[in-house]
Design a binder for this molecule. Structure first.
Ligand SMILES: [Cu+2]
Length: 148
């Protein structure tokens, strides 16, 4: 960064002092890559997705529950064209093997996705909500959930 800005100052100095065509070309060529290099960190910054999970009833009970996921972009604007999945997971407990259940949520309106999910047993679950767009993951969030 320091090195390139020194070059830029030097280039401008040359531009102002020497009127010769060759000097102008050198100064311009040196100046061109600078804006592109400065923009790179901003362009590679990942967009963030805001994900919120709620259940009806709350807390959920054993059996079928309605799950709602709100999906918004970094600016707070609802994302309406995503594919939303909630993955329920409970680790093994003694003789009980681990349990997994995938629920697909459908878009209703204004970034709200709704689906019916079966909670297989009471206790602590980890729910990972994954948000995809055109098959590519754009965000995910893990929610601890205790079912009654
Ligand atoms: Cu269990």
């Amino acid at each position: 960064m320091l090195h390139t800005s020194t070059q830029r100052v030097h280039g401008r100095g040359t531009f102002g002092l020497v009127v010769a065509g060759a000097a102008i070309v050198v100064a311009v060529t040196m100046a061109i890559p600078l804006p592109a290099a400065e923009q790179q960190p901003a362009a590679s910054k990942k967009p963030t997705v805001d994900i919120m999970l709620t259940s009806k009833p709350s807390p959920p009970k054993t059996g079928d529950n309605t799950f709602e996921v709100m999906v918004k972009d970094a600016a707070g604007k609802p994302i309406t064209d995503a594919e939303v999945t909630a993955m329920f997971y409970m680790g093994a407990m003694g003789a009980m093997p681990e349990m997994k259940n995938n629920v697909t949520l459908k878009h209703q309106k204004e970034g709200r996705y709704v689906g019916t999910g079966q909670v297989m047993m009471a206790g602590k679950w980890d729910v990972t909500v994954m948000v995809k767009r055109a098959g590519k993951e754009i965000g995910s969030k893990k929610f601890p959930l205790t079912a009654q």
